[in-house]
Design a protein around this ligand. Sequence first.
Ligand code: F6P
Length: 467
Amino acid sequence: MSRLVIVSNRVGIPDGSARAGGLEVAIRPALKKRGGVWFGWSGKVTDGDPEAAATVVKDNVSYVTVDLQKDDYEEFYNGFANRVLWPILHYRLDLAEFTRRDLGGYFRVNEFFASNLEAVLRPDDTIWVHDYHLMPLAKALRERGHKNKIGFFIHIPFPPPEILTALPNHERLIPALGNYDLVGFQTVTDANNFSRYLEDEAGLKRLGTDSFAFEDRVVQVGAFPVGVETEPFAKLARRAVDTPFVRDVFTSLSGRAMIIGVDRLDYSKGIPDRMNAFERFLINYPDWHGNVTYLQITPRSRSDIQEYADIARQVGEAVGRINGTFGEASWTPVRYINKAHSRTALAGLYRASRVGLVTPLRDGMNLVAKEYVAAQDPDDPGVLVLSRFAGAARECTAALLVNPYDHEGVAIAIHRAMSMSLEERRQRHAVNYRALMRNDLSQWAERFLDQLERQPVEMPLRAGARR
Ligand code: F6P
C-alpha cells in the first residue's frame, strides 16, 4: 500500500485543543489507521519571509506545516477562499466580494503549497487534497511533473453551473479540477452539479457515467458522504452524560427540557433564522414558557471578515431580544455561548437534549446532525430537527426535515419534536441510527481511496474527445 499524504488548509495537529471542524473529524481516523503525512497551514501568520516547513511526528503520522505571510492570509484565506468561494459554494452570491488581487493571492498560495509539498513527496505516494482552498493544487503539482494519484474531496456544497458561472474567472479555476484523478463530493446532487459544469461549461467529453476526458487523463467524479464514528461516539456519549460537567448543566436546567444547537458562527448555519423560529415557537406555543431551555453553542470563526462580525451582532441581538421579551428572573429561554467545547462535553450534552436543532441554510453534510443521532439513548431518544438543505438530510430521513427559511414551519417542528410520543421517537431514531451505521466514517476514506488507487493514472483519449 502506498503512503498516504493528506493536504488541507487546516491541519489537525493533536494538541488537545477543543477546536475540531468537520474536516478534521473526518480525516483524523483515516490517517490514524493508515499512517502517513498531513500537510497544510500551521495557523500562523508571519510578517517577514516564511520559515521552512515544520514537522511534528506523532504516532504514525507526520504533520508538516507552513506559515502564511500577511498578504497570503489576507488574499488567500480571508480573501478568495472565504469571501468569494465560501459564499458562492453556499449559494450566497449576494455575499461574494471578488477582487483580482485576492484571486492572484489564491493561486500564489496554491503554488507555495505545491513547492513546499514537493520536498516531502515520493513518486508512489497517494495524495488526497481537501476542500475549496486548494482546488488548483493538482494542476500546480502536475506542472511540476508529479504523476502521483491525486484525489480531491470538497467538504462543502457544490452549486449548479447557473450559480457557479457568476464566479469571475470560473473558467480558470473549476476546469483545473480535471487534473485530479478523482473528485469527490458529499452528495449525488453536488457531484451532478460538477459533472454538468464539466460537460456544459468546460466542454469535457463524458467517457462513462462518472468519468470525463481531461487533456490526456481521465477524471472521475463521485459522491462520498462523510459519516461519523457511530458506535465509538455512542459509547462516548454514554460515558459523557455522567461527567461532572454534563451533570452540572443538567442540574442547572431544574427539570426543564433542553434543545441544543452547535455550530461555528457562520452565516451558512442559519443561526439568526433559527433564533427567529425559536421566538415564533415561544409566541405560538406559550405552554412551553418556563419549561424549555435552548442552548446554542457557537464558537467564533473567521472574525477578521466583515460578514462574520455582522452575523455575530445579529445573533447577539436576537438572543437579547428573546431573553428580554420572554425571560423571567427564574428562566432564561436561550443560553448562548461562544466557547468551543470538547467532543466529550458535546457528546454528553447531545444525549441530555430532547431536541437537536440543526438548521443550516446550506451545508455540505453537517456532522453535528449525525453526532446528535449517534449520541442518543435508543430507549429514550431525542428528536433531530434538520434542515433539508444539509447533506445529512439525505441519510437522516427520519429526522423532522424543515425549510430553515420558513420560521413558522420550524416552530411547528420544534413543538412536534417536544411533544412526540416515546414510540415515534424510538422508531425515528432507529431508522436514522441504521443509516449512520450503513455509512460509518470508517468506510468513507476506504471507499474514496480504493476508487482513487484503482484508477489508472493515464488513459489515452478516445477519438473525438473534446478538450
Ligand atoms: O469544510 C469546512 C471548513 O472550511 C474546514 O476546512 C474547516 O475545518 C472548517 O470549515 C473551519 O473553517 P476555518 O478553517 O476557516 O476555521
